[in-house]
Design a protein around this ligand. Sequence first.
Ligand SMILES: Cc1cc2nc3c(=O)[nH]c(=O)nc-3n(C[C@H](O)[C@H](O)[C@H](O)COP(=O)(O)OP(=O)(O)OC[C@H]3O[C@@H](n4cnc5c(N)ncnc54)[C@H](O)[C@@H]3O)c2cc1C
Length: 76
Amino acid sequence: MLPVIGKSQTTEGLFHAFGGSGGGFQIAPAVGECLALQICGHTPQVSLQPFSIERFRSCVHTSDKLASEFDRAAGS
Ligand SMILES: Cc1cc2nc3c(=O)[nH]c(=O)nc-3n(C[C@H](O)[C@H](O)[C@H](O)COP(=O)(O)OP(=O)(O)OC[C@H]3O[C@@H](n4cnc5c(N)ncnc54)[C@H](O)[C@@H]3O)c2cc1C
């Protein structure tokens, strides 16, 4: 339930900004600013590490709160 924002780990020149889920409009200005800085070779003030596509390479840890909300939505 966290968006993917930042550099592709496999393809030079490709940047991701997707998975905004139910809050994508609200965070769009900040996402645009951070991504623009990264594309121009600068480091955004906010770390994009938690939003990296890289996180799907290993085990994804989900908080109990999010897990229970997702399970409830899925009807289990
Ligand atoms: C009912 C609803 C209510 C919402 N309410 C809110 C709200 O109140 N506040 C809020 O902050 N967020 C809200 N959101 C979430 C917000 O709409 C999304 O997070 C945001 O639109 C995501 O933007 P995006 O540009 O990443 O993706 P999208 O808006 O999904 O844009 C992706 C685009 O890529 C196109 N596309 C897909 N595949 C391809 C392809 N292969 N080739 C070419 N084009 C392609 C699609 O047609 C689409 O135009 C709501 C979402 C829904 C569904």
